[in-house]
Design a protein around this ligand. Structure first.
Ligand SMILES: Cc1cc2nc3c(=O)[nH]c(=O)nc-3n(C[C@H](O)[C@H](O)[C@H](O)COP(=O)(O)OP(=O)(O)OC[C@H]3O[C@@H](n4cnc5c(N)ncnc54)[C@H](O)[C@@H]3O)c2cc1C
Ligand code: SF4
Ligand code: SF4
Length: 482
């Protein structure tokens, strides 16, 4: 019957290396890795051993015969991948790879990793695996996990299981945690550089992209981050009062926008049994929200969400998922465009109060022009492709248009990209040359895109650079110990 990979997959490829018959593709060395929404099990080759399910950090793999009704489509999604014209033949074995550095030449290193999100955890695992280094993890918060705790939606318990990897790393005898220490405020990068042989920055991207339209700063207009912080129980979260909010407009159609729409229309009784913050569950019980409208400049075929997340939305109980405006025509079956074309049409009036019931509405091809309101948000003015403007009335406007890296004082920063400038993970200074012993990984390195799994190969690259430098004697100089 075979196993199948489902919606939760974050493409970290942990399953690939444990499969005894190499039937999970694309592998990190094959075209499509990093761009497919998930990896796929070839049902013709799978021998039902279950090794992949044990290795998966986010509970994404299950035997086909145990899939829930809403997951059954993934048996087909997995199988169809191997019918594509350029699908990898299975089983195909990649040539063996060996570390290109002389590990014996590396003395015992003291490494600091700044951050405890997925990138920090993957980097720490890679350092611990390859060396006998001691690793000190540093985080500005007193709780660990980064966006795996304060980003991943609390009603996605499978994905949040990745936090178990964080816990396992923290239990490692060569790991020390310094929580509640903000680098740049409590300690400078120069001080860390003096204390440790190497410092890896895994500080993510803590800023929010702005819409750049008038009214964006009105009360009631917020960045996605503040809503996400509120429902995940981030220690710095501000309360969100939904008692007077009937319609929420979310600008954006990426997976974070879908998370927010799902959480704001979710059944508080169901959410109370998840990791959702108690204060958010209480606010959702008192919520007047009937409609969440996701507005996007782009068209439905170019929506930024994944098909898996859109499919999951259509299985919500008690919530209608609808499309405002004309459906996309001629979309290939199974594509995002076809999934949107299959949605029911929205029959309400976006300029008036929402009708009874609970619904999520996608409104594509509308460019936000202004957040309007007299002292407080009353709506979002949008221009359609014909040049006509309308105001979508709303009591809350959420900007879910992405993150951006912020400068950490004392560390190089590229304001144009929001990233820490680097060459394959080696932080580079104003002269373009590597800053000795200083490395970067994750969203701080490559910008705020890619799921949890993308940080694994990214971390491997950075740690390989560190090991090569250590083997070349560029880090790990003898120094007085603290
Ligand atoms: C809302 C949201 C939902 C997401 N949901 C999913 C999902 O369901 N599945 C999925 O695969 N991916 C998801 N992602 C993407 C995923 O979270 C990222 O790929 C991943 O978290 C990036 O890891 P990171 O370690 O680079 O950054 P982060 O996870 O942001 O970690 C950065 C860490 O650095 C710490 N830090 C920052 N600055 C300092 C400082 N100066 N000193 C000390 N510590 C500092 C922070 O406290 C934090 O712990 C989501 C992203 C967002 C924004
Ligand atoms: S069940 Fe075994 S054979 Fe099948 S995909 Fe998983 S690891 Fe490979
Ligand atoms: S999350 Fe990782 S281990 Fe799990 S199915 Fe996806 S690639 Fe495999």
């Amino acid at each position: 019957m075979a196993f199948a990979i489902t919606q939760n997959c974050c493409s970290d490829a942990s399953c690939v290396s444990v499969c005894p018959v190499n039937c999970i593709h694309p592998t990190p060395d094959e075209p499509g890795f990093g761009t497919t929404e998930l990896l796929h099990v070839d049902p013709a080759t799978c021998i039902d051993c279950g090794a992949c399910a044990d290795a998966c950090p986010v509970d994404a793999i299950a035997p086909v015969w145990l899939l829930r009704p809403d997951q059954l489509v993934f048996a087909q999604v997995n199988a169809e991948y191997f019918t594509l014209p350029d699908a990898p033949a299975s089983p195909v074995w990649d040539p063996p790879r060996f570390p290109g550095v002389d590990l014996a030449a590396i003395g015992r290193l003291d490494v600091a990793v700044v951050g405890t999100g997925p990138a920090a955890v993957y980097a720490t695992q890679a350092v611990l695996r390859a060396t006998d280094a001691r690793v000190t993890l540093i985080d500005r918060l007193t709780t660990t996990g980064g966006l795996a705790r304060y980003g991943v939606a609390p009603d996605h318990p499978g994905t949040r299981r990745v936090l178990e990897s964080t816990a396992a790393v923290l239990r490692h005898p060569r790991v020390t945690l310094r929580a509640g220490v903000e680098v740049g405020r409590d300690v400078t990068p120069a001080q860390l550089a003096a204390e440790f042989d190497a410092v890896l920055y895994a500080t993510g991207a803590a800023g929010d992209r702005s819409l750049g339209v008038p009214g964006e700063d009105l009360p009631g207009s917020v960045a996605a981050r503040s809503v996400v912080h509120w429902y995940t129980g981030h220690p710095e979260a501000a309360p969100v009062d939904l008692a007077q909010v009937e319609r929420v407009v979310v600008v954006g159609t990426g997976n974070v926008a879908l998370d927010i729409a799902r959480m704001l229309t979710g059944d508080p009784g169901r959410l109370a049994g998840t990791d959702t913050a108690a204060a958010a569950v209480a606010a959702l019980r008192a919520s007047a929200v009937r409609e969440v409208v996701l507005v996007a400049r782009r068209s439905a075929v170019d929506a930024a969400c994944s098909r898996s997340e859109l499919r999951a939305l259509t299985h919500l109980s008690g919530v209608q998922v609808q499309l405002a405006g004309e459906p996309p025509v001629g979309a290939e079956p199974g594509t995002l465009g076809a999934l949107f074309a299959d949605l029911d049409r929205y029959a309400g009036d976006l300029a008036a109060a929402p009708a009874p019931g609970r619904r999520i509405v996608f409104a594509f091809d509308r460019t936000p022009e202004a957040v309007v309101g007299d002292g407080r948000v009353a709506g979002l003015r949008v221009r359609d492709v014909d040049g006509d403007t309308t105001t979508v009335t709303a009591d809350l406007v959420v900007r879910a248009i992405g993150h951006v890296g912020v400068e950490l004082p004392g560390l190089p920063h590229d304001p144009a990209t929001g990233r820490v400038p680097n060459d394959a993970g080696r932080v580079t200074g104003a002269d373009g040359r590597p800053v000795p012993g200083t490395y970067v990984v994750g969203w701080a390195k490559r910008g705020p895109s890619g799921g949890i799994g993308a940080n694994r190969s990214d971390a491997e690259e950075t740690v390989q650079a560190l090991l090569a430098d250590a083997a070349a004697g560029l880090v790990g100089r003898p120094r007085p110990r603290r």
